[in-house]
Design a protein around this ligand. Structure first.
Ligand SMILES: *Cc1c(COP(=O)(O)O)cnc(C)c1O
Length: 365
């Protein structure tokens, strides 16, 4: 097998889930398994975590269908935007629709009627993300219409925060206030609310307990990573990933012989250069060139020379390295936040960017 692989500690994911559950109880948990379980590998993560989840969250219909294909029968909410022509898959695979517009809601109701399937549906209210959903200011007619959709199982209503992970929670609190106002629709008419009301993502789990309602959607925090550096921290969760590789080549490089494409770096004196068989096609992104650090035999060394598609080099100075020596790219003290800093992005993009070519190896400790 390839010496480059991602070790995913399922037991750690479960501990993270339990810590989050303890924090938000009695609210239910919807682990977000979109984007290949934030890069961790859906094939191992979904079957392992499903028994501990109250609901499963994905972004796309394909992700939902894929999870159904694994024989998992937990409810699955597709949170992303949906085209009307995708609706039959919701009926066929028992996926929960995010009704983000009146048109989609009506189309779903018609389809449910003609196929005699009660499509599970969550109403999506846009309280300040301006992405998908019916704006809070226009929600009254939407909720009215939903009462007429007799063929749907309108089981939930939700909204999504744009800034729950900031130090400044002004906008998040405004969104929460708007959502609460939308929910008064039901009280004013003495109608029961949909059974599931949810809004909190990881940032809100950390910083806005008043937004838990009766379910939370936990994404990055489940994977033991914080959404931003400025958000409040929760020390009970820990990362579950170790990205491992091995030295495939080791040599002394003299000055005057620049390393890699573009000749961006050269040694000032003879120095040990180790080659690691992992590159930007694996999600070890090129923009980390001359910025990343890698552990070789447990010690950190600078990455040098342009990162290639399939390999990169590290500078060990006077230290030795043999072919086959162990390398750790991420984990053991190198964090997704470190990668994010080297890449000029956030931890989400780091995790979801780990390439499909990197095998995921699932361990229980
Ligand atoms: C991805 C996503 C989440 C989870 O976000 P985190 O910040 O990773 O917790 C929650 N809700 C929706 C609608 C999402 O798309």
């Amino acid at each position: 097998m390839r010496p480059t692989f991602l070790e995913v500690n399922l037991a750690q994911l479960k501990r993270n889930l339990e810590s989050i559950r303890a924090r938000v109880a009695p609210a239910l948990l919807m682990p977000m398994l979109k984007a290949n379980a934030y890069g961790h590998g859906l094939d191992g993560v979904a079957p392992f975590l499903a028994p501990f989840a109250d609901y499963i969250g994905v972004a796309t219909v394909e992700e939902g269908v894929y999870i159904r294909g694994m024989g998992i029968d937990k409810p699955i909410l597709v949170t992303g935007g949906t085209l009307p022509e995708q609706l039959p898959h919701f009926a066929k695979f028992n996926l929960t629709l995010t009704a983000s517009s009146l048109d989609l809601l009506r189309a779903a109701d018609h389809l449910a009627e003609s196929t005699r399937t009660r499509i599970r549906t969550h109403l999506k209210i846009d309280t300040g993300m301006e992405r998908v959903g019916v704006r809070d200011t226009e929600s009254e007619s939407f909720l009215e219409a939903s009462l007429q959709c007799k063929h749907l199982d309108i089981e939930g209503i939700y909204s999504h925060f744009a800034n729950s992970d900031s130090a400044d929670l002004t906008h998040a609190k405004l969104q929460l206030e708007r959502f609460n106002e939308v929910l008064r629709f039901y009280e004013k008419r003495s109608l029961p609310k949909p059974r599931l009301v949810h809004m909190a993502n990881s940032g809100a789990i950390l910083q806005l307990p008043e937004s838990y309602f009766n379910m939370v959607r936990c994404g990055i925090l489940l994977y033991g990573v914080h959404p931003t550096r400025e958000a409040a921290r929760m020390n009970e969760v820990q990362p579950a990933l170790t990205w491992r590789s091995r030295v495939v080549y080791s040599k002394i490089t003299p000055p005057g012989r620049p390393v890699s494409y573009g000749s961006l770096w050269q040694a000032e004196r003879p120095t040990r250069i180790a080659t690691i068989p992992c590159g930007y096609a694996d999600g070890y992104f090129r923009r980390m060139t001359n910025r990343a650090r890698v552990l070789i035999n447990g010690k950190p060394y600078p990455q040098v020379g342009r990162i290639c598609m399939d390999q990169f080099m590290a500078n060990l100075g006077d230290d030795p390295a043999e072919v086959g020596d162990e390398a750790v790219l991420l984990g053991d003290g190198i964090t997704a936040d470190d990668f994010a800093e080297w890449m000029g992005t956030n931890a989400y993009e780091v995790l979801t960017g780990i390439g499909a070519r990197v095998p995921r190896v699932f361990v229980r400790e």
